[in-house]
Design a protein around this ligand. Structure first.
Ligand SMILES: [Co+2]
Length: 308
């Protein structure tokens, strides 16, 4: 199967998985249940989760995925971002949607959505990433909010979630553009504007809920950590994973000790939960777009696969 077909298949699974996740997301529902049911649904479709389902609430912008035995629930009056990824033979689609449980978030929500639509419209194989970033920034500011400047969209590759090109959520003087920062045909890109009522910067929280296999073993790990490492290497294809995905095979204690040891040795990398610096609410909208050989684009993660 050619690349484009695999991407489209990945997108179709994504659309259905997102529908399921959103239908499960209501105040009082368990984050763990939303994540696990959605991830299992993706697996049942013959695909794999490209990363653990992210459920980021209010001032949390990204990278919160339920932990082992997570007891947290969707709070009342919240804004919730569900960000999920699907991989078919390594071809990844990545998209996020929001649910708001208070009308006070309506304008914030739509500002991120409007910025996403404007960015998708702007993309072609001639524009610089900062031209797209400028459109994102302008749209969000015009609606009275701030873009989060230290989060960005990204190119996608086979089994590669961040494949080298970043698509910023702000513009930059043309003189500072680099000629290499452009979009390419036959490539997929995740575009993800974030907007906030806060300062527009995210910082690392202490908590890490998502990990990735980062480099080969250097020092000799303990036999228990090695066992976990071998499993990770074999099953997660170098994509981000959740410690939850190890509980079938290992005890919670062994998982926690292995993660600690292997992150210490920089064999694994843990992603920090990202919070808005002033603890203000954050909105996010994201789609994956494919630039075809003929220059046309396909939004892979929308129900009606639109060609333009
Ligand atoms: Co995403």
């Amino acid at each position: 199967m050619e690349t484009e077909k695999k991407y489209k298949l990945s997108g179709q699974v994504h659309v259905k998985a997102m529908e399921l996740a959103l239908s499960l997301c209501e105040p009082g529902s368990s984050l763990l249940e939303i994540a696990e049911r959605t991830e299992n649904f993706i697996r049942k479709q013959g695909a794999i989760p490209a990363f653990p389902v992210n459920i980021s609430i209010n001032e949390v912008a990204a990278h919160y995925s339920p932990i082992i035995d997570d007891t947290s629930e969707i709070p009342d009056h919240s804004i919730v971002k569900i960000d999920l990824g699907v991989a078919v033979d390594g071809f990844i689609t990545d998209a996020a949607r929001m649910k708001i449980f208070d009308s006070k978030f309506e304008k914030l929500k739509t500002s991120a959505e409007h910025a996403l639509f404007a960015a998708l419209k702007k993309i072609n194989d001639k524009v610089n990433v900062y031209e797209v970033g400028a459109v994102v920034e302008k749209t969000i500011r015009k609606e009275g909010f701030k873009p989060i400047t230290n989060l960005s969209g990204h190119s996608l590759g086979q089994y590669s979630l961040h494949d080298g090109l970043s698509i910023p959520n702000y513009g930059k003087n043309k003189k500072l553009w680099k000629p290499k920062d452009v979009f390419h045909k036959n490539n997929a890109y995740a575009i993800e504007p974030f907007s906030t009522t806060g300062k527009g910067i995210v910082i690392d929280d202490d908590l890490e809920t998502i990990f990735i296999h980062y480099s080969q073993l250097r020092n000799t790990p303990s036999p228990q950590a090695r066992e976990v490492f071998v499993y990770i290497k074999k099953h997660f294809y170098g994509l981000p994973f959740s410690p939850r995905w190890l509980v079938e095979k290992f005890s919670k204690k062994q998982i926690e000790q292995a993660l600690e040891e292997l992150t210490e040795q920089h064999v694994l990398h843990g992603y920090s939960v990202l919070k808005e610096i002033t603890n203000k609410p954050v909105a996010q909208a994201e789609d994956t777009i494919f630039l075809k050989e003929n220059g046309k684009k396909v939004i892979l993660t929308r129900k009606k696969v639109s060609n333009s």
